[in-house]
Design a protein around this ligand. Structure first.
Ligand SMILES: NC(=O)c1ccc[n+]([C@@H]2O[C@H](COP(=O)([O-])OP(=O)(O)OC[C@H]3O[C@@H](n4cnc5c(N)ncnc54)[C@H](O)[C@@H]3O)[C@@H](O)[C@H]2O)c1
Ligand SMILES: [Zn+2]
Length: 429
């Protein structure tokens, strides 16, 4: 049996911030041209709260700009988070390496944001040559053919090693572009401009890149860090509600495994998030990126700690595959999978029932699933879970909650009967 790895956190600073934000759950951001900057140190938050509340009578949006650092020595990079960042050319241009850029995007995102991104790159910067490749939209196109399209465009445009790829889109575009950047001329710089909530809080930070194989999702890939991540929360304005909720599932997961105060803040602000309140959305993205950045900094290659980000994913991947790709969005499957992992943690006796209820309540409030699809049987679950990447020496290791909220374990050392009982409780047969 694998030894359980006990992991916990909860910074007093996040408690302070959480209570501050509870006092200001819905702050309307107003007044354009005000660009306030604060880093991940919460001591700098109060000027922003003062500024935002005192400017609430103006109708212009405030450009609040946060920077979270991913600390990886000489491969460290900033995650810029804010409203209107794509309208700040110098911010993007500062991170471009060389004078050739290839933007990788898809057919859905291009009409919304490609021109804006090209303008941000070329504004008062006539020496920059910008090319773009627009990939078909759909998880079925996250394959070698799409990577080849990126290479074809790069080679045709004679891009040399001093060039920068830019991923403009959701997690799929980010994964393809990052993987192509890792291999083109044995590695060129790339920037992530994530445009879905899922990609803003999860896939754009941490450097996991790759594509799917016929046999399974994300089987081919590498870890390759971007030079910078630029999150313009305004891009969420065009995102479908279902995609937004899918991203919320990963945010809730982060609170559960790592930060009790953040989970409580999410419970109190879930409706503000669903209503896309910009201050609530910015804070949720910022805190998620901080948690992810901290975990990645400590365990970039997923030798231990980083595995906790997989809470609900073993059950969730089985639901995604078993229900047919495309039927369930990744975050929807993660939500139901998290409810199952929490149920199992309770059956083993590692958490109390009040937490089980809270997890149900928050996912329901976020309009996410709390049960798998009816077609999922115990047999389907078991056969798909046996293929999970986290099986080691025949033992399925799972992320389970243990102890007070915000604590979890990644372990293969659990009561197998509890797993059977959970599967039985959530399956028809
Ligand atoms: N690398 C990682 O660490 C990591 C982590 C989680 C997920 N992923 C991968 O990310 C992918 C899922 O990411 P996703 O949920 O962002 O899905 P996605 O990239 O497929 O995007 C979802 C849909 O939203 C559209 N879209 C994107 N931005 C938009 C916007 N601003 N307005 C309107 N439409 C927009 C896309 O065109 C697509 O149709 C999967 O391939 C998954 O394997 C990777
Ligand atoms: Zn996920």
């Amino acid at each position: 049996m694998a030894a359980p790895l006990s992991l916990s956190s909860a910074s007093p600073n996040s408690n302070q911030l959480s209570s501050l934000l509870r006092c200001f759950p819905v702050i309307s951001l107003s007044s354009r041209c005000r660009c306030l900057s604060f880093d991940s140190d919460y001591r700098n938050l109060s000027p922003i709260l003062k500024a935002t509340s005192s400017l609430s009578s103006s109708s212009r949006p405030l450009h609040v700009h946060t920077i979270v650092k991913v600390d990886l020595g000489d491969r460290s990079y900033p995650v810029h988070i804010g409203s209107g960042l794509l309208n700040q050319p110098e911010l993007l241009q500062r991170h471009v390496h060389g004078n050739q850029v290839l933007i990788v995007t898809d057919t859905t995102v291009a009409p919304f944001y490609l021109d804006q991104t090209i303008s941000a790159l070329t504004n008062r910067n006539l020496n920059l040559k910008v090319e773009s490749v627009i990939l078909p939209d759909g998880e079925q196109f996250k394959n070698m053919e799409s990577v080849m399209k990126v290479f074809d465009k790069a080679i045709e445009s004679r891009l040399d090693r001093r060039c920068t790829f830019i991923a403009l889109g959701g997690g799929r575009v980010g994964d393809i572009c990052g993987y192509a950047a890792a291999s083109y001329l044995r590695g060129v710089s790339y920037i992530q401009i994530p445009t879905t909530l899922m990609s803003q809080v999860d896939s754009s930070v941490g450097g996991k890149t790759g594509i799917n194989h016929r046999a399974g999702k994300n089987l081919i890939g590498t870890i390759y860090q971007p030079r910078c991540v630029l999150i313009d929360i305004d891009t969420l304005n065009t995102l479908e509600d279902r995609q937004l909720a899918s991203g919320l599932a990963e945010i809730i997961k982060l609170g559960l495994v790592r930060d009790a105060a953040f989970f409580e803040w999410l419970e109190n602000n879930i409706f503000a998030l669903l209503a896309r309140n910009s201050s609530a959305v910015s804070y949720a993205i910022k805190r998620s990126c901080e948690i992810k950045a901290e975990i990645v900094s400590l365990d970039e290659k997923e030798n231990g700690l980083r595995a906790i980000l997989n809470l609900g994913h073993t059950f969730g991947h089985a639901i995604e595959t078993g229900s047919g790709y495309g039927q369930w969005l990744h975050g929807e499957a993660v939500a139901a999978g998290t409810v199952m992992a929490v149920d199992m943690s309770y059956r083993i006796g590692w958490i109390d029932d009040s937490l089980v209820k809270r997890v149900h309540t928050i996912f329901r409030a976020a309009k996410l699933h709390t049960t798998p699809s009816e077609t999922m049987t115990m047999h389907i679950f078991k056969s798909l879970m046996a293929l999970d990447k986290k099986v080691a020496n025949g033992v399925l290791r799972l992320v389970l909650l243990k102890g007070p909220l915000g604590n979890c374990v990644f372990t293969g050392d659990y009561d197998l009967q509890a797993l059977d009982d959970t599967l039985q409780a959530f399956c028809n047969s």
